[in-house]
Ligand binder design. Sequence first.
Ligand code: MN
Length: 438
Amino acid sequence: MYSINETHDINLTSWVASANNGSDFPIQNLPFAIFKRKDSTEPLRGGVAIGDMVVDMAALSDLNLFEGEAKLAVNAAAETSLNRLMDLGSDVNSELRKALSNALKTGSNLQSVIQPILVSQDDIEFSMPCQIGDYTDFYTSIHHATAVGKLFRPDNPLLPNYKWVPIGYHGRSSTIDVSGQMFHRPVGQTKAPDASIPTVGPCKRLDYELEMGAFIGKSTRIGETIPIKNAEDHLFGLCIFNDWSARDIQAWEYQPLGPFLAKNFASTISPWIVTMEALAPFRTAFAHPEDDPAPLPYLESQQNTDNGGLDIDLSCFIETQEMRESGQSMERLADSNFKYSYWTLAQLVTHHASNGCAMRSGDLLGSGTQSGPDHEEAGSLLELSKGGKQPISLSNGETRTFLEDGDSIIMRASCSREGAIAIGFGEVVSTVLPAKTS
Ligand code: MN
């Protein structure tokens, strides 16, 4: 696990002035994305955010300014996807972070050579940050699991395995896209409770899920396990993750093998990956409630108890088509926090590999919907509208139980704490298009 070092120093500022005024991307953050200039035929390459600019990692690699492991890493970051950078592991990536921090800090003698290779974030478009080989979605918010369990199984909301096993399912990576994704309302098979047979048609209960996504860093081989003390060495960083869900399709199809077509029509990630090292100042202690069982020994360590959690503020907003057309700004649906997670990222990684399942750099682990303990902190409309029974009111007079065509969902995440410079993840935005007819 990363410790706090000179790259987190609260007195550190950048010669990129926009990084110093409360930006999501101060010099203490330095998140990675894959980008090119808007509407250009340029090759994709890695970029690092600093204020409202991006350091072009391909151009930086060409400048040949760094040495040793930092040079190895900057060359990997220049490629069209970040998989090889991720696979280099935490020590090598830490050297790159130090080198970037030095190069971008106020007074750096590299300012004059790096200034010309900065690109404005207004002038770029993002691509997928890496090839996601496998995608696994967990279910780590006990508040979400209980609330949803009540809707699907009123007599038996939280199944007995929940407090022992980090519950998850294997999803599909093929429909994950980067922020800006626009997708058609899925069509699928549903059965109304009072109907005798199912019908096929556009989803009527389309929902979002407010999640964090974790990217695997250093890969493991088949048969290799990951002791919990090493788990975070295999994590590269985190993004915001909107795991779109078709609740009516889900309710009919999910038993006995779990989510299938209700979950694999679209999922959207934020473009910037905030590294685990950048998150070091925002760790929290982790414990299960006193009356709950302690995790089994393979899922427990002193480090996990002391620092396993992460304090990340999460927010979710809606912009309906009507709001967009009348120039009204988006409206907040809920705030939550990643610290409410019942399992830590280290526990997810260790559990996932505990049977010898190979983890590959770029694999994505979804946290599951991050609902907080209060109803207002719910990370899905399913919960906010109590299963569609209580419409929520928007300030322009519109109401929602589930999403309508033209709705955009915007999610943001950020970390702040006394004694640290606040950092952000930027945002993930995606829009529902009407179902395809024909
Ligand atoms: Mn999910």
